[in-house]
Structures are given as C-alpha cells and as structure tokens.
Design a protein around this ligand. Sequence first.
Ligand SMILES: NC(=O)c1ccc[n+]([C@@H]2O[C@H](COP(=O)([O-])OP(=O)(O)OC[C@H]3O[C@@H](n4cnc5c(N)ncnc54)[C@H](O)[C@@H]3O)[C@@H](O)[C@H]2O)c1
Length: 417
Amino acid sequence: MADSSLNPFLRAQQAFKEAVETLGLEPAVYEILKQPLRSFEVAVPFIRDDGTLQVFNGYRVQHNDALGPTKGGLRFHSSVTMDEVKALAMWMSVKCALLGLPYGGGKGGIACDVDQLSESEIERLSREYIRAVSLVIGPDKDIPAPDVSTNPQIMAWMVDEYSRIRGENTFGLITGKPIVIGGSAGRVEATGRGLVFATKQLAKELGIDFAKSRIAIQGFGNVGSVAAEISYDMGASVVAVSDKDGGLYNPAGINIPDLLEYKRINRRLQGYPHAEPISNSELLELPVDILFPAALENQITADNAPNIRARIVGEGANGPTTPEADRILFDKGIMVIPDVLGNSGGVTVSYFEWVQNQTRFYWSEDEVNQRLEEYMSRAMAQMHTMHERFGVTLRKAAYLVAVERIAQAMRYRGWLK
Ligand SMILES: NC(=O)c1ccc[n+]([C@@H]2O[C@H](COP(=O)([O-])OP(=O)(O)OC[C@H]3O[C@@H](n4cnc5c(N)ncnc54)[C@H](O)[C@@H]3O)[C@@H](O)[C@H]2O)c1
C-alpha cells in the first residue's frame, strides 16, 4: 500500500476526508473532492536554439469549479509530476474557498529545468504550453499565475500567445502580469502584506495589540522583508530577522527602513551595525509575541517546537511547521496561522487583478491594500470561529471553512444528489 505521508496527493485527499467527516457532511462531498474534476497531460514540443525539436511534459489540473473558474500557478521545474500538480490544485481549492474568492483550485506546470534553457527557449516553451492548453483555460474557465520559476515576463508571453489565438486582448486569462499590461498595483508585496493583516486580526482576537508586539522573522526575501517593513510601519517592534547566512537581533527593535537601505547597498544583512548576530535556530526560539517563518519548509520541528516562545506563529513560507511540531505547538497553546491562509495574500491580489482586467477599471495601491485587509481579516476570523467550534488547530479549521463553502456550492448546484 502507498505511504500516504509521502505522496502529496494522498495527503491532500486525507485532509479533505477528515474535514468532511468532522463537519458531518454527506460522503458524496468527499467522493467529488477526492480527485480533480479534470486533469490534462499535454506534450509541449518546442524548437531549441540549435534548431532541434524537444518535447516536454506539461500539466494542467482543475480540481473543482463549484465556486467559479479554477485558479492556480504554473511551475517550471524538473520535479513536476501529475500527483504533485493534483495536490497543489486541491490546496488551491482550499485557499480560494477559505478566502471567499469566486474560484476553484487549479494548478499546472512543465517538467523542465529552466537553468538549461535560454531566454528565447523559455519564451517559445511558454507559448507552446499555452497552445497546448488553450482550449481548456480562459478568463471564465481556468486562470493561471506565476509559481516556482515562472515570473511576470513569462505571464506576459503567455497572455500574448492566448490573445493571438483568440484574436483579441484577453488580459484576464492570467494574473501576475507586468502592470503595464494589466498587472495589479500591490501584487508584488501582497503575500507579505497579507501575512501581516491576517496576524493583526488574530492578535486582536487574542487580546494582543499588534502595534505593541515583538516580532521575529525568518527569511528576508519577498515575503519576509515586506512583512518586516509593514509590521514596522504599524508600530510593532521587529527584534530579529534572518536570511540563509544568519540573523540579526536587537531586543530594542530594529529600524527596518534603515536595514533595508543597508541591505540595498551591501547586498546582505550581515555586518549591520545596530544589531547583534544570531543564528537561524536561535531566532526561532526568541521571547517574542509573533514569529514569522518566511523562508523554507520544515523549520519548526519536534526538536525545537518545545522551545518556541512566540504566542503566534504566522506561516509565510509553505510548510515551515512539521505535523509533529504542529501538535506540540497546539498543546502549548501557540496559535499557528497555517500557510493556506498566511501566504494567501498573493492569490487574493491575483483575484483583484482579474477583477480589474474584466472590468477594465484599475485601482490605486491603497484600494488594493484596503481590500486585501478586508479579505485576510474576514478569512482569519472565520477560521478562528471554526477552531473554537471544533477545538481543532487553525490548519484543520482552514479546511473546515473551505470544505463547508465548496460543499454548499455543490449542493445548490445539484451535484450531490
Ligand atoms: N513570494 C510569494 O508571493 C509567495 C507566495 C506564497 C508562498 N511563498 C513562500 O514563502 C517562502 C519565501 O518566499 P519568498 O518569495 O520570500 O522567497 P525569496 O527567495 O524572496 O526569499 C527567501 C528568503 O529566505 C532566506 N533563506 C533561505 N534559506 C534559509 C535558511 N536556511 N534559513 C533562513 N533563511 C533562509 C533567503 O536568504 C531569503 O531571504 C517560500 O516558502 C515560498 O514558497 C511565497
């Protein structure tokens, strides 16, 4: 028998099964959710720079579209498999439903090593992928976005190819585009910003004043540095930050704009004069109110979870807490904002991008941020209510909110009888 702890698809199935059972829903809900409605495997032939033809395997999976068209990123990576894409599409269904977005979950990718391809090869491959899946994607069917090793330039080539096929500009096909061709203000910062908004809401529910809280952040990239800057702007004291080479600690709080300027000039955090060096493992165990793991998976484990002193762990990274550590933190009364909510600011602003494309009316960054806060706070509050109702972790509560919403849509649509 397959080991369900190793296969991401089997793990996703198990999470849906538990949610359906906890909510006491009809078994038909699980029967529909346990596999994607549609899974496409396509051959993507393209011409290499030396004139030879190469064919890669491409995938697009549409898990469930009861709530609306499917949505999810495209990754270019040699490890992409159908099972991985299916699991990621199921995970997107949870994220979209939890956030109250009018979308189901989708995901796609190409099994390839981008480091072996020139820029013009990546462009031809991206265009050929769109040709291969053009019949099954679209602004009202399935809307891709960037993921691992894909970026706004690739989204631009893809939307251009689709627009050529359709004979009309179809910016709503894909999100994460450059701003000049329909991208949204605030998209780049959305994940870090959303993490802070969700955490602020939970802090409020726990009686913690976010503006007076002490925060440690692991990872100072797109997610971590934005979360640091916004937390600082809100008055919180960011006492420690780190990157892959180590961390910085100042119990009196680090001046984040000053540190960002130091990093811009020196291209590293190390050597910053107004904080002490600290290791990544020490950072995780500091006496703080809030800890943001925003770097890698499996950072909080059964080994260090007993020593975590934060009251809230806000997952910016994907999977930073192992299942054993999750249980330890739950028993200690530490609230973990799961990655499905913690890093969902990106897909939420992707939704705003699509709305702006469909209405041809573009919002200011302030409008984007204000709406992002509304969506993140609402989802956080709903998840917290589920956590209290069923006495489960916030991670399980996230699945409960999402599955209840998808089941309701399927019931109204007559899929369950
Ligand atoms: N960027 C997004 O919109 C987004 C969306 C969803 C999820 N995520 C997840 O958030 C995490 C961070 O993404 P990002 O976009 O900020 O990446 P990034 O590459 O911009 O930054 C990663 C940061 O982590 C640091 N890091 C790497 N190894 C480390 C280690 N061993 N210890 C401590 N720090 C280490 C790097 O030095 C860097 O500062 C990833 O798990 C990613 O999957 C990001």
